[in-house]
Design a binder for this molecule. Sequence first.
Ligand code: EPU
Length: 418
Amino acid sequence: MDRLIIHGNKPLKGEVRISGAKNAALPIITASLLAAGESSVFRVPDLRDVATMGKLLENMGLSYHYAGGDVSIDTTGIRHFEAPYDLVRTMRASVLVLGPLLARYGKARVSLPGGCAIGARPINLHLMGLEKMGAKILLEAGYVVAKAGRLKGASLYFDTATVTGTENLMMAAALAKGTTVIENAAREPEVVDLADCLASMGAKIQGAGESIIEIEGVDELKPIRGHEVIPDRIEAGTFMAIAGATGGDLLLRGCRPDHLGAVMVKLREAGITFRETKRGIRVIGPEKLAPADIKTRPYPGFPTDMQAQFMALMALADGTSIIKETVFENRFMHVAELRRMGAIIDIDGGTASVKGVGALKGAPVMATDLRASASLVVAALRADGESIIDRIYHLDRGYERMDEKLRKVGAEVERVTS
Ligand code: EPU
């Protein structure tokens, strides 16, 4: 199992190239299931979760190749319509095969994901939508077993805006008979990227990025022809937090500041300066960070996937910040680890009160989930002395070669395999 050894307090300066977005690449890869023949997707990050998705498709009999960010998938050989527990357990996004399999092949058997480190994370809204579109769904021995003739368009409403739920149902509706309307749809840029990809395959979708999406089903879709995945806004936000924590000066290349509105407003409040240049966005950390409050919300609100990294930053600020997590019920697992590094944080339900301490101290800590690990990296880069971050496989699920990118800008980071 790999761990990172970080010696903090080094000045960080230089360029960081932002990778393709994990949470856009995963649904786009599953969209290939909607068409016959060979699809290609570009700017796909080299991540554990992407490799798991590849394994899942190969397990179904598809051919899947990844080379230098380009993915090709051939759906011709498909013979199993199943996402087994072993793969779903390691990556919840596996549930994204449900909509496409049901829409194109009329059957799917997908393991129920179960809870995870950040909350219960049910998929009831995905299932409700598919049932309304005519699918028969049974729960058998921990699996969702779904069958359908051709799905029918339906009027759907989500009580809670769900990202992968919106994506699953948008993909199912693309091949359904008639029109589907999704109200209170998720508005994340990753939903829009998937809709753009589906449109390039021949789907008729209006309103992606707004809270009402209308999909007019078509009889057939073409394979994906070289769709380029959007840049990862959470990776970019994480490097912004790193520049802020270390008083660094980083030029982020290939990122989309228009996807980072709320994050940049809050980072500015904390004292970070942004300069948009022709080559990218320059992020300059202040000498002393100011406190700032956040409340996580669905897009365009402050993303829950940046909450942990922002908390690490506020642990260093000059004053107290209030951090409210409203999307997931258990997303404060990083707090205990940050405290081991000297952070002063009180938790009351979904609210954390963070009393900034100016500087943290290196310590051995444990990564508990993807974004929690990123927050420990932010903290360790600004801690005195050595930090050892264990269970770094969580970080590798969602950040492409983060240790390499950090070394290139002057951080002292070593990966050790034990
Ligand atoms: N929810 C339900 N019922 C459902 C689906 C969701 O009650 O059927 C609730 C959830 O429990 C949660 C809220 O709705 O309270 C929002 O969850 P959502 O479904 O939007 O989350 P997700 O689709 O499972 C995606 C990202 C997450 C990110 C969330 C929120 C992917 C593959 N994953 O998850 O990314 O945190 O949206 O923005 O797109 C990460 O990358 O680290 C990560 C966890």
